[in-house]
Design a protein around this ligand. Structure first.
Ligand SMILES: [Zn+2]
Length: 471
């Protein structure tokens, strides 16, 4: 019996702001000393009042705008999500429920349900034997939550969605979104259904605490297989929250899922309702070039390979480098394509053995010069690689290196004339065959010329001269 899986994602990202969501404590994800960025507001002392962080609101509006979602200009509010846990000192988390900042939108072909703003919880440490510790530095840090529609078919699509979101958050400066540091946290709601059953009829299982992209992929794949196997064995799928065990490579049951009703959401009476249209011009909603726009520009403007464009979009240093080389080459498609090959294959290859980045060591000007030389046929493609290797080892301009190492191709017809004469006189058989119409014989003659000059001749020029002589 064949099954289909349906996945919805809930992704949290810590936003990049100077201060926390509702107080003036520093928002510093790098702080290692516990409980230093705390105050009566984020420690929930009685009588304190929260104040909304405008920058955090702006970040979420920018994300929503990039996703093409509807922004809540008319009305938005914050709600209390009530539950009791040591990492939430107020006994509730301030979040958004009925009126999120962003509704709808799309990323990588996946429909977005909503994007809202809330505060992060504190961090609990349970590794002590007799007690647990709580660090409130993270408590109250602005947290964005993005929820997708349950439309993702498999682990691979979920993974590429999460990666694209990380790229977007970084591009917008909204979050570092480093999963290993917990700045971006992915939860997946997974269900399966059988042929003939309704699409969302399967029981939804939530898998939490996926703290790297690798784990996101593995956990979703595992959970889909587990649910199918359970159903095949006639077992009922429980609605529950499961965690990921890295040691066993399996998901495990953590708790039965509360329904949202259990949180007793209600509007937070300590915070004002927001009519953002009244302060529209106080937000900077001008977006930088977005990752998908950049990909499109690279591939259509320069005709470079999609995987090259992907490297430039994902690795800033390489992207900036490529842009500069392209600019130096006047944006000429053939030259830029050639440059892109050097950057993504040769330079990346050489970079692997270096301590410092090759993109800092070799200037874009020198690469542009190398490309011009190769494009004009002054050096062979083999010669270009040799020059690059020299530049990597000792530096120097491509022209100087080509001169010193004798890598300029001989294109001077006067100089090559004697060699062409010699070959034609010597290779009688090949010459006769060529004259009889055998095209490959010309290649053979050019090859002889290359041999004669120890590879330093420009094969294009040799070919042309042979043709002229024999034509
Ligand atoms: Zn505080």
């Amino acid at each position: 019996m064949s099954y289909t899986s349906v996945i919805g994602l809930e992704i949290h990202a810590e936003l990049h702001t100077n201060t926390k969501m509702f107080c003036s404590c520093k928002n510093d994800p790098e702080e290692t000393r516990p409980n230093v960025n705390v105050c009566p507001v984020c420690m929930a002392h009685p009588g304190t009042l929260p104040v909304i962080n405008k920058k955090a609101v702006e970040h979420v509006l920018r994300v929503g705008s990039a996703l093409g979602g509807a922004l809540a200009w008319e009305y938005t509010e914050f709600d209390r999500k009530n539950y009791f846990y040591p990492d939430i000192p107020k006994g509730y988390q301030i979040s958004q429920y009925a009126y999120p900042l962003v509704s709808g939108g799309m990323l990588s072909g996946v429909e977005i349900t909503r994007v809202h703003l809330e505060e992060d919880t504190a961090t609990s440490k349970h590794d002590m034997s007799e007690y647990s510790l709580v660090d409130f530095n993270r408590g109250g840090v602005p947290l964005m939550e993005l929820v997708t529609e349950p439309v993702i078919p498999d682990a691979e699509t979920a993974l590429s969605f999460a990666k694209e979101l990380r790229l977007l958050l970084r591009t917008l400066g909204a979050s570092e979104a480093n999963m290993e540091k917990g700045q971006m946290r992915v939860e997946a709601n997974i269900s399966v259904y059988k042929e003939g059953e309704e699409r969302l009829s399967g029981t939804k299982v939530e898998v939490k605490n996926l703290n790297s992209f690798r784990v996101v992929g593995k956990a979703i794949e595992y959970e889909i297989k587990r649910q199918i196997a359970a159903r095949e064995a006639g077992e009922e799928i429980m609605q529950e929250t499961r965690g990921w065990d890295e040691n066993t490579g399996e998901t495990f049951s953590q708790r039965k899922k509360e329904s949202s009703h259990d949180y007793r959401y209600f509007p937070d009476p300590d915070l004002p309702k927001l009519v953002l249209k009244e302060m529209k011009n106080e937000f900077d909603l001008e977006l930088p070039e977005l990752p998908w726009e950049k990909r499109e520009r690279y591939t259509s403007r320069y005709g470079i390979k999609a995987e090259d464009a992907e490297s430039y979009v994902n690795f800033d240093e390489m992207g900036v480098y490529f842009e500069r080389v392209a600019e130096l080459l006047g944006g000429d498609r053939d030259r830029v394509k050639l440059a892109s090959n050097y950057i993504t294959s040769d330079m990346v290859g050489l970079n692997a053995g270096r301590e410092t980045s090759i993109f800092a060591a070799i200037s874009p000007e020198d690469i542009a010069e190398l490309v011009e030389m190769a494009h004009a046929g002054e050096i062979s493609s083999r010669g270009a690689k040799d020059i690059l290797a020299h530049m990597n080892e000792k530096g120097g301009s491509p022209k100087d290196i080509a001169e010193r190492e004798g890598l300029f191709q001989k294109s001077d017809e006067g100089e090559l004339g004697g060699i062409v004469e010699t070959i034609i006189a010597r290779e009688e058989k090949a010459v006769a065959e060529y004259r009889a119409g055998k095209e490959q014989s010309l290649q053979y003659l050019v090859g002889q010329g290359m041999r004669e000059t120890k590879g330093s001749a420009n094969p294009g020029v040799l070919k042309k001269m042979c043709e002229e002589k024999l034509g």
